[in-house]
Design a protein around this ligand. Structure first.
Ligand SMILES: Cc1ncc(COP(=O)(O)O)c(C=O)c1O
Length: 387
């Protein structure tokens, strides 16, 4: 009999239904079979057809569901496929209240696609301003889309009051938990209905897969998501589910080290003359430091900075780096740097970027597993190249 709940570091190894159906393998095998054989017309095996269910996918989904404290999960082909699946829960012509400064891809989905195909409209508000949220609410509001911390400016949303507001209006709430992973933040514990991840980031953790996952707090919602996944078909393939589950096994140790590196780096960046501003919720100078301490385990592994440099100098800066790799993604074991204005947020207009604070001199650092002194030395010599 269990005397106490398992720690997260234990859960990442054993969570979910990872027991192998064949050969007592210690790690769930990659089941490539697209279809499964029935013994007779009355046979109802657990798995029948790969789009509907696959044992490797099931092992991964059940693991993530448990890590997030949910009732069920659906693994999708990408983070955006996961977001699109959540939108499918909404009736036609729904209105969604969205955290301002949300990930550019989510903004694009809502503005350029969902608005045409499903008649979804969205209002972008600071979800920490409950008066603004109440003012944005309409009769047809069906979902609050929360991203915390936001990408790339690392603003947080206080989850408990916003989940309470959603419940009072009997509407859904969903957190994009990509930047935290369940290691750093578990939104369902605050009364939120759904959690979504781009598993391409910390869950996979090795920059070698594209994937998304949605976790539902209650079984009924999880059941609806599974039906939607079956109908839409954008589920994750068994090879990528295997990679994602393999990544999860080391999530605890990776996050611990990456977040510790990020904190040390953020503190150092505050002392750099060419750094105008450091965005990191784990710093006492961050306006939501208290909320970070209450809601997150650490400030995370992403640090954003604004530096005193023009575009030409920023180009020289990123070219001078040898460990920080200029890349679109984040969350891997290797450190990466991103120029939000020309990369992650390039599809926004100049006005939209300005409204969101995405300036030309903003850089997002995804801090990896390298020795932090090496990372600091790398940045130091790159600053030297533009001094
Ligand atoms: C916060 C956030 N949500 C969602 C996504 C989309 O995920 P994917 O690229 O796996 O579709 C990303 C990708 O960068 C992201 O950063």
């Amino acid at each position: 009999m269990k005397s106490r709940p398992n720690a997260f570091s234990t859960q990442v190894i054993h969570a979910g239904e990872q027991g192998c159906q064949a050969d007592n393998a210690i790690f769930p095998p990659i089941y490539t079979s697209s279809t499964f054989v029935k013994r007779n017309l009355d046979d109802k095996p657990d798995f029948a057809y790969g789009r509907v269910g696959n044992p490797t996918r099931h092992a991964y989904e059940s693991c993530i569901a448990e890590l997030e404290g949910g009732s069920g999960a659906v693994a999708c082909a990408s983070g955006m496929a996961a977001t699109a699946m959540v939108m499918e829960l909404l009736p036609k012509d729904s209105h969604v209240i969205v955290m301002s400064g949300v990930y550019g891809g989510t903004f694009r989905l809502l503005e350029d696609y969902r608005s045409h195909s499903s008649g979804i409209t969205a209002s972008y508000v600071d979800l920490n301003d409950l008066n603004a949220v109440a003012a944005a609410w309409r009769e047809n509001t069906r979902l609050i889309w929360i991203e915390t911390p936001t990408n790339p400016l690392l603003q947080l949303v206080d989850l408990a009051p916003i989940a309470k507001f959603a419940k009072s209006k009997a509407i859904l709430s969903c957190v994009d938990n990509t930047f935290c992973s369940p290691w750093n933040q578990r939104p369902l514990g605050y009364g939120v209905d759904l959690v979504m991840h781009s598993a391409s980031k910390y869950i996979g953790g090795h920059s070698d897969l594209i994937g998304g996952v949605v976790v539902a707090a209650d079984a009924q919602l999880a059941g609806r998501l599974k039906k939607i996944a079956m109908a839409l078909g954008g589920v994750q393939g068994p090879f990528d589910c295997y990679l994602a589950l393999r990544g999860v096994k080391t999530l605890d140790v990776r996050m611990e080290r990456q977040c510790a590196n990020a904190l040390q780096l953020a503190r150092w960046l505050q002392t750099c003359p060419l750094v105008e501003q450091v965005f990191y919720p784990g710093l006492a100078s961050h306006p939501q430091f208290a909320l970070c301490q209450q809601q997150m385990r650490t400030g995370g592994a992403v640090v954003s900075i604004k530096i005193s440099a023009d575009r030409q100098q920023i180009n020289r800066f990123v070219e001078s780096l040898s460990l920080f790799l200029l890349a679109d993604s984040l969350g891997g074991v290797e450190s990466m740097i991103n120029h939000s204005s020309s990369m992650s947020h390039c599809s926004l207009t100049a006005e939209q970027k300005e409204a969101m604070g995405i300036s030309e001199n903003l850089l997002r650092l995804s801090v990896g597993l390298e020795q932090v002194e090496d990372l600091i030395a790398d940045l130091e010599q790159a600053f030297g190249s533009i001094r």
